[in-house]
Design a protein around this ligand. Structure first.
Ligand SMILES: *Cc1c(COP(=O)(O)O)cnc(C)c1O
Length: 375
C-alpha cells in the first residue's frame, strides 16, 4: 500500500530547531525562560491585544477565562452546541448553566439570530467559537453583549490570523483564547494563549494560571488556581511558528483552493464555502459534509478512506447529545437540527500546513473513489 497520509502534518521549517537548541544549551526549559515572554508579547501584538498570557493548552485557557471573569454557579452562558467539549467543561464543573445554540449547516458556526431569545436575567456571557476556518458573525454578538451587558469569551483556537470584517479574530472577546495543539495554524505540540486588553483580567489570568501565589509572599494563597504554565521550549517553537504566520495562512488558502478545484464536480458532497460577507475561509481544516440523501454517513466514508490510506477526522459531536450530560439529565429533550446534521455527515480530510500538493491530489482521488461506492 502507498504511504498513509495522516490527517495532519505540522510544518516546522523555520527557527524552531534553533530556538529549542537555545533552550537546551542555556538550560532554560521552564516557564521562567525568555521565549515565554517573547511569545506572549508577539502573539498579543499579532492579534492587536495588550496582554498575552500563555497556558498549557486552550482547554486550560478557557478554564482560566471563566474563572477570571468571576462566573459562578447559577449563571448562564450562551454557547454553540456544535463545538469541542473544552468550551463546556469549565462551565459544568462550576455549576454554570450552558445555554446552547444551533449551528449553520454551511458555515458550521452558531446561528447568532437565535441568541437573543435565549438571554435571561441570569445570562452573564456569550462564548463564541470560530469553527473550521470561518468566523462567527460578530456584529450581532457584539451588539447583544452591549445591550444586555454580557461578557464575551472568544474561542479563537482555530483561527490564528483570521479576520472578521478586517479585524483580527482573538480581538473580540473580553478574553480570547488560542490553541497551539499540533494541528493548529500555529503549533507548539500542546499550548495555548489567553489574550485581553484589560489589565485587571490579565493580572487575574496570570495569577490563576500560576497557582494564585500571592505577589507579596510566595506559597501564600487567598484563592485557588492551577498550574497551567507553558514551558520555554514550547514557547520557543511558538515564536518560530509565529514568525512564519503569513506563510502558514497563505498555505491554508492554497489548500482550500486546491481541494475545491479537485473536488468541485463531486455531486454527493458539500464543499466548505470560500467566503462569506464578512470573512474569507482560512481553512483551518478542509471540512466536507455529505449531502442529506447520500447513502453513507461520515463514519462509513471515513472507514473506507482509512482502508485507502487516508487519515480523516469526524466533525464535533454536539454538546446536547453527549452521554456525559444526558446521563445527568442535561439537554435531554433539546434538538438542534443543523448541528445534528453536520455532526453525522461531516468529516475533514488531511489539511495540515505540512501537506504537499501531490498528497492532496491523492486524497482527492481517494475521496472520489470512496464516494462512488455510496452512489
Ligand atoms: C483545538 C480546540 C480547542 C482545544 O485546544 P487544546 O489546546 O487542545 O486544549 C478548543 N476549542 C476549539 C474550537 C478547538 O478547535
Amino acid at each position: 500500500m502507498d504511504k498513509f497520509i495522516p490527517v495532519n502534518t505540522p510544518l516546522l521549517d523555520g527557527n524552531e530547531k534553533k530556538y529549542v537548541e537555545e533552550c537546551v544549551e542555556t538550560g532554560w526549559i521552564s516557564s521562567e525562560g525568555e521565549f515565554v515572554k517573547r511569545f506572549e508579547e508577539s502573539m498579543a501584538h499579532f492579534v492587536d491585544r495588550k496582554y498575552g498570557i500563555s497556558v498549557t493548552n486552550a482547554t486550560a485557557g478557557l478554564e482560566v477565562a471563566v474563572a477570571a471573569l468571576g462566573l459562578k454557579a447559577g449563571d448562564e452562558v450562551i454557547m454553540p452546541t456544535f463545538t469541542i467539549v473544552s468550551c463546556i467543561i469549565p462551565l459544568v464543573n462550576r455549576g454554570i448553566v450552558p445555554v446552547l445554540i444551533d449551528s449553520d449547516e454551511k458555515t458550521f458556526n452558531m446561528n447568532v439570530d437565535e441568541i437573543e431569545s435565549k438571554i435571561t436575567p441570569k445570562t452573564r456571557a456569550i462564548m463564541v467559537v470560530h469553527i473550521y476556518g470561518l468566523t462567527v458573525e460578530m456584529d450581532k454578538v457584539l451588539e447583544l453583549a452591549k445591550k444586555y451587558n454580557l461578557k464575551i469569551i472568544e474561542d479563537a483556537a482555530e483561527v490564528h490570523g483570521q479576520t472578521y470584517k478586517g479585524k483580527k479574530c482573538g480581538s473580540f472577546g473580553d478574553i480570547s483564547v488560542f490553541s497551539f495543539y499540533a494541528n493548529k495554524i500555529i503549533a507548539t505540540g500542546e499550548g495555548g494563549m489567553i489574550v485581553t486588553d484589560s489589565e485587571e483580567l490579565a493580572t487575574k489570568c496570570k495569577s490563576i494560571r500560576n497557582l494564585c501565589f500571592k505577589p507579596e509572599r510566595r506559597f501564600v494563597h487567598d484563592e485557588l488556581g492551577f498550574n497551567y504554565r507553558m514551558t520555554n521550549t514550547q514557547a520557543a517553537i511558538g515564536l518560530a511558528q509565529l514568525e512564519k504566520i503569513d506563510e502558514h495562512i497563505e498555505k491554508k488558502h492554497f489548500i482550500g483552493r486546491k481541494y475545491t478545484e479537485l473536488l468541485k464536480d463531486v455531486d454527493s458532497i458539500n464543499l466548505p464555502i470560500a467566503k462569506t460577507d464578512y470573512c474569507e475561509n482560512i481553512y483551518w481544516v478542509y471540512a466536507i459534509t455529505l449531502k442529506k440523501d447520500y447513502k453513507m454517513n461520515a463514519i462509513q466514508v471515513m472507514d473506507k478512506l482509512k482502508e485507502e490510506g487516508i487519515g480523516t477526522r469526524p466533525f464535533f459531536y454536539p454538546m446536547h447529545k453527549q452521554p456525559v450530560f444526558n446521563n445527568k439529565g442535561m439537554f435531554v429533550n433539546e434538538k438542534y437540527e443543523g448541528a445534528e446534521y453536520i455532526s453525522e455527515k461531516g468529516f475533514y480530510v488531511p489539511s495540515g500546513i505540512g501537506i504537499t500538493e501531490e498528497e492532496m491530489e491523492i486524497v482527492a482521488d481517494k475521496v472520489k473513489k470512496v464516494l462512488k461506492m455510496g452512489e
